[in-house]
Design a protein around this ligand. Structure first.
Ligand SMILES: Cc1ncc(COP(=O)(O)O)c(C=O)c1O
Length: 347
């Protein structure tokens, strides 16, 4: 039985072209020691990323989590406060890195479909008073994982960044799935980050590279971020080995994210037919279904689906997550919908 893995888009395997790119770069002698700045492939990737994101400079990092924490630490000082959406990845799923590594105090606020409204940010900024931590940053997550792959539009980014900058705050975008937002809106990714000071993108999610994220911003930011990366043990030697597949990810894998979005829409249309099931139409490649009206819980559903060859993540309260990705086609989606229906209708 084929396994249909909808736990995350991080399970995507590298393409043959990615593996070939490693071999070709090796044969051409393009790898070098990136800690001393001598890997040509890493340079190519960094220049390409900066251009795509419309920023002065970019830096290779090991993961989304590392890219986010480096971006925060490079633009803040210990004891300062960072406004985060209360279901954001930086707040919930990064092992408390901003606090433990940066001495930063996360200030969680409620968003609307993952977006922090400008008026919410305005209220969250602490007064300039010795009793309070200085609020120095806000984080946008685009697309927003926990809210269901929801998009923050360039207009929304602009409105939030305007309030932030008026109060002297920096704006960081956790763009682990920024390209999903860009493709869904049919705009260039740089449009989504014009107003932010730093951005992190992952090549290892829907874009299918085996490893690697990028951060981008001004030359000054990247200069400081480089030192923080070193401190965190993120200096890598012949790092072109991971950069080569990332270049293919950026060049060849962005447009196909549309297929994941179409499959998500198809899954939504099939699942919405199930009586009592609560779910929102997906903006991109992530769907959550809410089982609050059923006797079966998320763990029970995951176990039943696993028996039928389908893997999903259930640990979101009463919600189960399905992440459409390159390893899943529209025939698989039909099968998944049929199986969810079968399980829920008999529960
Ligand atoms: C929105 C978001 N940000 C950041 C990350 C962290 O990425 P990584 O797993 O590469 O550390 C993830 C991972 O799933 C994510 O979904």
């Amino acid at each position: 039985m084929k396994t249909i893995d909808l736990r995350s888009d991080t399970i995507t395997q590298p393409t043959d072209e990615m593996i070939d790119a490693i071999v070709l770069a090796h044969k051409a002698g393009r790898f070098g020691d990136d800690v001393i700045g001598e890997d040509e492939v890493v340079h190519e990737l960094q220049e390409k990323t900066a251009k795509i994101l419309g920023k002065e400079s970019a830096l290779l990092v090991t993961s989304g989590t590392q890219g986010n924490v480096i971006s925060l630490l490079a633009q803040t000082s210990r004891g300062e406060e960072v406004v985060v959406e209360n279901q954001s990845h930086t707040f919930l799923f990064e092992a408390g890195s901003m606090a433990s590594l940066g001495g930063l105090f996360p200030k969680p606020v409620e968003g609307v479909r993952g977006y922090i409204l400008p008026e919410t940010l305005e209220k969250a900024i602490s007064a300039d008073d010795a009793h309070y931590a200085k609020t120095s940053m806000v984080v946008i997550e685009n697309t927003h994982n926990y809210a269901g792959g929801t998009i923050t539009t360039p207009q929304q980014v602009h409105a939030l960044a305007e309030v932030a900058h008026d109060h002297g705050l920096k704006v960081h975008c956790d763009g682990a799935r920024l390209f999903n937002a860009a493709v869904a809106l049919d705009i260039k990714p740089k449009k989504l980050v014009e107003d932010v000071d730093s951005v992190q993108i992952c090549c290892s999610k829907g874009l299918s590279a085996p490893v690697g994220s990028m951060i981008a911003g001004t030359e000054e930011f990247i200069h400081d971020a480089h030192r923080v990366r070193k401190r965190l043990g993120g200096g890598m030697r012949q790092a072109g080995i991971i950069a080569a597949p990332m270049i293919i990810a950026l060049e060849k894998m962005v447009d196909r994210l549309k297929e994941d979005h179409q499959n998500a829409k198809q899954l939504y249309r099939d699942l919405i037919e199930i009586k009592g099931l609560t779910l929102e139409e997906p903006d991109t490649n992530i769907i959550f279904i809410d089982l609050r009206n059923f006797d079966i819980d998320t763990q029970g559903l995951s176990e039943e689906l696993k028996k039928r060859g389908i893997l999903v993540y259930g640990g979101y309260g009463t919600r189960t997550r399905f992440v459409l990705n390159r390893m899943v086609d529209s025939k698989d989606v039909q099968y998944v919908a049929d199986m969810v229906k079968e399980i829920l209708e008999s529960s």
